[in-house]
Design a protein around this ligand. Structure first.
Ligand SMILES: [Cu+2]
Length: 256
């Protein structure tokens, strides 16, 4: 019995070693999701999905409960993928100047700087951080656009440190001190236009699936795991064949 197990083991090990390379078609595409939760005492919330293929990402952002109007017009809500920080939304304690609001600048050590500006048209680099005429506006919206992603943004997404921030607070919801300040990135606008109202950390669904022999189950979805399932069956086949062959050899040697 011991001998047959030993004979079967190398065949299994070889088959398993080939597993991680099998879903090669999925190697340059990933999906990331974030639940956007209210920050800075806002009522805004929603979700973000970032589907990366190669050097492009289709980004979908859904927001509801945001301030509707700003100076009588639909309130433009700047939205970005922040990268290079700690990969968390800024906590209330990030309010360094004590005005009751955590501005983008104050939150940057946590969220990171802007990697992608999720504009509705044109440029999507950090240069468009406050391009208020090219962001979705109003109390609720669904945004979808395919944008370029650079290496730094892709790295942040893959390491789980990319953070989606939606900006544009209701001035009336801020303290008098915060209301009196200007947006440091656009001094003709009030600080309120900069203050984050919803935030979420992007987590990769595919990244959560570990590669290796343990991942041959049927619980996970997608083409990658379907392939794994097939390979898993093949591994089992190899094992059965190996054991059968070993059994035959053992029987022949034993003479029974
Ligand atoms: Cu931002």
């Amino acid at each position: 019995m011991k001998k047959s197990a030993l004979l079967a083991a190398p065949a299994l090990a070889m088959a398993v070693a080939a597993l991680p390379a099998t879903p090669a078609a999925a190697a340059d595409s990933w999906s990331f999701q974030a639940e956007l939760a209210p920050v800075n005492n806002s009522t805004a919330a929603g979700s973000a999905v970032v589907d990366v293929t190669g050097q492009e990402a289709t980004v979908t952002v859904e927001v509801a409960g945001a301030p509707a109007l700003f100076q009588g017009a639909p309130y433009p809500h700047a939205q970005h993928i922040h990268i290079g920080g700690q990969g968390v939304c800024a906590p209330p304690t990030a309010d360094a100047d004590g005005d009751g609001a955590v501005s983008s600048m104050e939150g940057e050590p946590w969220t990171g700087a802007i990697g992608v500006s999720l504009t509705t048209a044109g440029d999507t680099t950090p240069a468009s951080a406050v391009a208020v005429d090219r962001f979705p506006a109003g109390a609720a919206y669904t945004y979808q656009r395919t944008v370029p992603v650079d290496a730094a943004t892709l790295e942040a997404l893959q390491s789980g440190t990319a953070v989606v921030n939606v900006h544009g607070a209701d001035p009336a919801a801020l303290s008098a001190a915060a209301q009196a300040k200007v947006n440091p990135m656009a001094p003709d606008l009030p600080l309120a236009s900069d203050v984050p109202i919803a935030c979420g950390v992007l987590a990769g669904s595919q990244m959560a699936v570990p590669e290796g022999p343990a991942d041959t189950g049927v619980e996970t979805a997608g083409t990658g795991s379907a392939t794994n399932g097939l390979v898993g069956t093949a591994v089992l086949g190899v094992l059965v064949l190996g054991a059968a062959a070993a059994g035959l050899r053992r029987r022949a040697a034993g003479g029974r």
